[in-house]
Design a protein around this ligand. Structure first.
Ligand code: FUL
Length: 694
């Protein structure tokens, strides 16, 4: 027995040893077959699904629309909300036609007016003439979204300039009740927006005063998050203290070339930081880039001619989605309750260009190779598969690698698109592009930093020919995992000319496309390919509207029209104050040089040399990238008579040109006084200033 037992034991023992050996060999081999370990932080399932939406629409509509305001004070009557042809399905059809996957509606803006029949305040749609008080816009839009298969989200401004209790405890309860109503009655929500603009002056039930709060403590955002997630566990939250996505740090719709989805939560107040995130971030908080198709968020007839050009919208797409952010494109609804025709046409053209730019992946017939492959399961060819979860990965510990595409024939390329497999984290921190031509590898010249990739990175460059394309991933945080690579040759998009008139009243024009001609008019008429040809800068010592287009002389294609209305030239007025030489900067048409007004010189005074009908002023804040000192409140005097006063709403977030118009008044001296600066700064920048006469 013993012997047998011994023998038997030895047999089992031998088998065990073999098994152990096998396991050892397998695990050594498997370390490369096994999927790469994620490099934390990584997105949640919800963040991943959200990231794949890429573009969706924002809708700003409310009392502001009917009162020509950006930030209602909270006192405009509910009775003024009266869209006569409101059609939510028209909005949604437009969004669908331009490839958008979702919509976010401003259910309540800072003025406090609610677009649904809330029980929390009378200041709501049921006290407006719309549908005789029976309307509910949140419901109507959510149903239209449902019908057309779009996701639906809501913006609910925490700041409420109408509510008498704002700043006190009572309002907090109201706000949470509003969240409760909106999250229980309107079907699934994919995103909830808490705006960052908080506290300041307002009507506040007639108190008409300034109230400030500490947003991170006052609103109890944790409680709001709990309510939202109780009803919509997958909803993304932007703003507040418990966000799951972040604002990109500007309202122009661009994310930095370097764009980490991760952040350190302590830095969320810093706009510059928000545009790029951090390689060392410990929280996955991807960016949403918001921008309006017009200068303002709400509709203003005076901006009808300022719908963003096709070129600038296409550029925005590449600098948001192409820079690892989602794009939230705003459509101001007009007084009829519709998206204006030119806005929807422009948005559809925009989508067509993007689709066309990236319709033909030139890599599809290439031979793909990599200098390192983790295993056959993670082979290089995976980057060309239409399957997000099959990706190319390298061995553990490798910080750099190369991927090469051999074209069957010489190919012209001007775009490269890359996607990391972000369920494993965002890893690439630097890469470069090279082309092989005439037996040599040459760098592809680009004008942006080739640092991060993330969910999607699209690099644009001048068209170049190549026999092979090589991508060098130069530094990676964790294991390199690339799920998709594509290359395209997009058609040149003619950009609108830039028109300038300097202090010396000399007009110059330029456009990005080197081979294009510029054609222009000076009488306000629409230019065409037969209009005057721009050759050299010329003097324009009078009031005039200059309109210009760029034209491709080979095929006659034209850009959209650039238009500048120049008022009286600098020869027609004297600057009475401020007197120093630097004040020229306000009239030089260079948006990056500015003159600073401060407490000691808080005004600009111009003498027009003779009486004229004065009907407004234009003020452009500094356009420098980090500019944050602007004029917040103003007064305008003509010959010592106060003709206008007010605030430049939203100027901090959106420092676009501010136009003030008033009843024409005959006079000679104009004084523009800055009565307050943003952030209560001691100074505010004036990049450009001009007078409007008629
Ligand atoms: C800002 C607001 O103050 C603007 O009015 C607009 O709603 C924009 C989307 O967010 O902070």
């Amino acid at each position: 027995m013993n012997g047998f037992t011994n023998h038997c034991f030895c047999y089992i023992c031998t088998m065990k040893k073999h098994l152990l050996l096998l396991i050892f060999v397998c695990s050594a081999m498997c370390s490369c077959v096994r999927a790469p370990q994620p490099d934390y932080p990584v997105p949640t399932r919800q963040q991943l699904e959200w990231q794949q939406l890429e573009t969706y629409a924002f809708v700003h509509f409310g009392l502001n629309t009917f009162n020509d305001l950006e930030w209602g004070y909270g006192n405009t009557p509910a009775s003024t909300f009266n869209p006569v042809e409101l059609d939510c399905e028209q909005w949604v059809r437009t969004f669908k036609a331009c490839g958008m996957k979702a919509v976010i509606l401003t259910a309540k803006h800072h003025d406090g007016f609610c677009l649904w029949p809330t029980t929390t305040t009378d200041y709501n749609i049921s006290n407006s003439p719309y549908k005789d008080g029976k309307g509910d816009l949140v419901k109507e839009l959510s149903e239209a979204c449902h019908k057309y298969g779009l996701k639906f989200g809501l913006y609910l401004s925490p700041w409420d300039r109408h509510n008498a209790e704002y700043g006190k405890e009572g309002y907090v309860e109201t706000y949470h009740k509003q969240i409760e109503e909106l999250t229980t009655n309107y079907g699934p929500l994919f995103e909830f927006w808490f705006d960052g603009a908080n506290g300041g002056n307002g009507w506040y039930g007639g108190a008409d005063e300034t109230r400030s709060i500490v947003a991170s403590e006052y609103y109890d955002y944790e409680r709001a998050r709990n309510t939202i997630w109780r009803n919509h566990p997958d909803a993304m939250i932007i703003g507040g203290t418990v966000p799951t996505i972040r604002w990109v740090g500007n309202e122009q719709g661009w994310a930095g070339d370097t764009q980490w989805s991760a952040v350190e939560m302590s830095n969320l107040e810093d706009c510059d930081y928000l545009t790029r995130g951090s390689q060392n971030g410990d929280v996955w908080l991807p960016s949403e880039a918001d921008v309006s198709i017009r200068p303002g968020w709400f509709y203003h007839a005076r901006e009808d001619h300022q719908v963003k050009s096709l070129e600038s919208l296409v550029d925005i797409y590449y600098r948001s989605v192409g820079h690892n952010a989602n794009l939230l494109l705003n459509f101001p609804i007009n007084l009829d309750g519709k998206i204006s025709q030119m806005d929807s046409i422009r948005a559809i053209e925009w989508f067509e260009v993007i689709q066309k730019d990236m319709s033909d992946n030139l890599l599809k017939n290439c031979n793909v190779s990599a200098n390192n492959v983790r295993s056959n399961r993670f082979k290089a060819e995976n980057v060309l598969l239409d399957d997000y979860d099959r990706y190319w990965a390298v061995e553990d510990g490798l910080k750099k690698a190369e991927l090469q595409f051999d074209f069957p024939e010489r190919t012209a390329v001007n775009r490269v698109l890359l996607q990391e497999y972000i369920p494993n984290g965002q890893n690439v921190s630097s890469f470069s592009l090279e082309r092989f031509i005439n037996g040599k590898w040459l760098p592809i010249e680009v004008t942006e930093d080739l640092t991060t990739i993330g969910h999607k990175r699209i690099v644009r460059f001048q068209t170049v020919s190549m026999d092979k394309l090589r991508i060098r991933f130069k530094t990676c945080k964790g294991t390199l995992c690339i799920s998709n690579v594509a290359a395209y040759c997009a058609e040149a998009l003619l950009t609108e000319p830039i028109i300038r008139r300097g202090f010396d009243n000399v007009v110059s024009m330029s456009c990005a496309e080197k081979n294009a001609e510029i054609r222009y008019t000076l009488d306000g008429s629409e230019p065409n390919s037969q209009s005057m040809l721009y050759k050299l800068p010329f003097e324009l010592d009078s009031k005039a509207t200059v309109k210009a287009i760029s034209v491709d002389p080979h095929n006659g294609k034209q850009s959209s029209v650039a238009s500048r209305a120049f008022d009286i030239p600098t020869t027609k007025f004297d600057v009475v104050f401020p007197l120093d030489q630097m004040s020229r900067r306000m009239f030089d048409d260079n948006v990056f040089t500015a003159y600073y007004l401060n407490e000691n010189k808080s005004y600009i005074e111009l003498d027009l040399k003779e009486s004229m009908n004065i009907s407004g002023i234009r003020y452009l804040p500094s356009q420098a990238r980090d500019a944050d000192q602007h004029i917040a409140n103003y007064e305008v005097y003509v010959d010592d008579r106060l003709v206008s006063q007010g605030e430049f709403s939203n100027i901090s977030n959106n420092p676009i040109e501010q136009v003030i118009r008033f009843e024409p008044i005959n006079g000679r001296r104009l004084r523009f006084v800055a009565t307050r600066f943003t952030n209560d700064a001691s100074q505010g920048a004036v990049a450009e200033f001009s007078i409007v006469t008629n």
